[in-house]
Design a protein around this ligand. Structure first.
Ligand SMILES: *Cc1c(COP(=O)(O)O)cnc(C)c1O
Length: 386
């Protein structure tokens, strides 16, 4: 019976609306590369959607983060604070520019950068006369906004710019506190988003850098197009990249952005159903949802209540897999990866505890109530045997 049930993916794209029409338009007008009207259209619509002054469309979220490091002049000898619990693409761009990643532990309530650790670190550096980090990278993990107020306050005190990796959190907002009404990605000097295939909206592959600083936006766009100077001759004044999004991808992006509200509403309805089911269970904690945040629930990530139950989490993952349901643990904390094992670290082992007990459940915007009931049935069956 189990193997004949249709597979339920973790997060699959939902492409509809005007996508086919806009792509057809690219083909008919021959505008397929990075020169074309959809790139600018996508940038303008995206900036409006998140409430930022400027947006620069990039070939990937990783490329956007790399450009963020470049426009902030992060380089060799610099350090950048990065949360330990995140996808490796948050940290790699720091190393691309020759700077050092300093890993910071996360807080259990949001799975994001622990603000108290950041504040204590900056204060301690100031007190001891040590140099401050060249930047603080804040990640909004799995669609939940990071708690930014204290981090921003401390960063401003010491003149340290903040880069937001909002790759997983398009549409997430703050609903209370100093940033009430603001979207993730618009609080720091630079914010970055990803439109990879499994993100909330996709362009097949792509990213966006947003900022309110016109000079930074101009430089990012310049670097994304090989730092080529205007004019017919090929002259270049900096080390640039081929990081511009193609018109084809941007056409898909414009169509996906038109669907953003629907995709978010679907995600939030799915989260509400998981919340209701887990609220009664006691053995499973629902996904993070701070009172001051309206998360996007890109990947609904629940956690076993008993921190010693890592083995049960793995059994639950296996039970789901056996029924054709795709679920997975959260990102391996970077200090446990071979690549960042030797990186300097600040804080304790909250990231490890989350890693041991959390699992992301199917969260596609297209996930129907019947499919979700199938997921919950397996979770409950497995829970009863605990
Ligand atoms: C997806 C992702 C990225 C990188 O995005 P790409 O578009 O795949 O390069 C960066 N950071 C985080 C946290 C992500 O989840």
């Amino acid at each position: 019976m189990s193997s004949s049930e249709p597979r339920i993916p973790l997060a699959e794209p939902y492409i509809g609306g005007n996508a086919a029409r806009y792509l057809q338009e690219c083909l008919e007008t021959n505008f397929v590369s990075s020169v074309g009207p959809f790139v600018t259209m996508f940038e303008d619509a995206f900036a409006r959607a998140v409430g930022s002054r400027h947006a620069v469309a990039c070939a990937s979220g990783t490329a956007a983060l790399h450009l963020a490091m470049r426009v902030l002049d992060v380089g060799p000898g610099d350090e950048v604070l990065v949360p330990s619990l995140t996808f490796v693409a948050s940290a790699n761009p720091v190393r691309y520019v020759g700077a050092e990643v300093v890993l910071v532990d996360v807080e259990p309530d949001t799975y994001n950068l622990d603000p108290a650790l950041v504040v204590a670190e900056l204060d301690a550096r100031a007190r001891d006369g040590r140099p401050q980090p060249a930047a603080i990278e804040v990640v909004h993990l799995l669609g939940h906004p990071a708690d930014l107020a204290q981090v921003v306050e401390a960063a401003e005190r010491y003149g340290v710019p903040i880069v937001e990796d909002a790759s997983e959190a398009l549409g997430a907002t703050y609903v209370a506190g100093v940033y009430a009404g603001r979207a993730v990605g618009t609080i720091g000097r630079v914010g970055c988003f990803s439109f990879n295939g499994n993100k909330l909206i996709t362009t097949g592959g792509g990213g966006m850098l947003v900022t309110d600083d016109e000079a930074l936006a101009r430089r990012a766009r310049h670097l994304s197009t090989q730092a080529r100077l205007p004019g017919l001759a090929y002259d270049h004044d900096e080390l640039g990249y081929n990081y511009r999004l193609s018109n084809l991808a941007a056409a898909l992006g414009v169509a996906q952005l038109e669907q953003l509200d629907d995709l978010l509403a679907a995600r939030r309805a799915i989260a509400a159903r998981y919340d209701a089911a887990f609220g009664e269970s006691g053995s499973i904690l629902p996904a993070p949802r701070a009172p001051w945040a309206d998360p996007s629930f890109w990947l609904y990530t629940a956690r076993l209540a008993d921190p010693s139950k890592g083995a049960d989490r793995d059994r639950l993952l296996r039970a789901l897999a056996a029924r054709g349901i795709e679920a997975r643990p959260v990102w391996t904390p970077l200090h446990l990866t071979g690549l960042y094992r030797d990186a300097p670290r600040i804080g304790g082992s909250v990231a490890e505890r989350i890693f041991d007990t959390a699992l992301s459940l199917p969260s596609s915007s297209s996930l129907g109530p019947d499919q979700q009931a199938r997921v919950l049935a397996v979770v409950h069956e497995s829970g009863e045997r605990t």
